[in-house]
Every structure is written in C-alpha cells, then in structure tokens.
Design a protein around this ligand. Structure first.
Ligand SMILES: [Zn+2]
Length: 84
C-alpha cells in the first residue's frame, strides 16, 4: 500500500495508526502557530511516526471591541491622521 493510500485512510480514521491500523497511537505536545497547529504522533505497535497538521477552520465566540476604532477604519485614514 502506498503512503498516499495509507494517508487517505488515516484522514478518515485518525484514531488508528496509518501504517498498521492499531489504536495504540500516542500524540506528543501540540505546537500552535498563527493559522495552524502540528502534533507529532507515534504508533506504539509498529513504531511508525508522523505529524498531524491542523489548519485554521473557523473563528467562533467573536466579541468585537470598539477600542482602537481608528485602526479598523482602514489604513488610509490612519496614514492621513499621521501625516497631519
Ligand atoms: Zn502502527
């Protein structure tokens, strides 16, 4: 089986090892960056390792603040204000 095939299968059943299908997989710490996160995964049974990549999917619990309103009005007004 090709790695691409194993990967497709894993993306549908991410609780199972992408190589041997064991549920005995372990996740390391999650490294978060703006827009995404990555977690190293390893299989205890066959020793395969890979990284799960998470991408930003949505923005929820949004509470818009009225502070710094001049910034959200766009860069043109800001440039005009600074040039005075
Ligand atoms: Zn495995």
């Amino acid at each position: 089986m090709s790695i691409a095939y194993k990967k497709r299968k894993y993306l549908n059943k991410s609780h199972l090892c992408l190589n041997c299908g064991s549920s005995d997989i372990e996740g390391g710490s999650i490294n978060v960056d703006a827009g995404g996160a990555m977690q190293d995964i390893s299989c205890i049974v066959c020793g395969s390792t890979w990284s799960d990549l998470y991408m930003l999917d949505d923005a929820v619990n949004i509470k818009i603040s009225n502070n710094h309103k001049e910034v959200h009005d766009g860069p043109n007004k800001d440039v005009v204000a600074r040039s005075k």
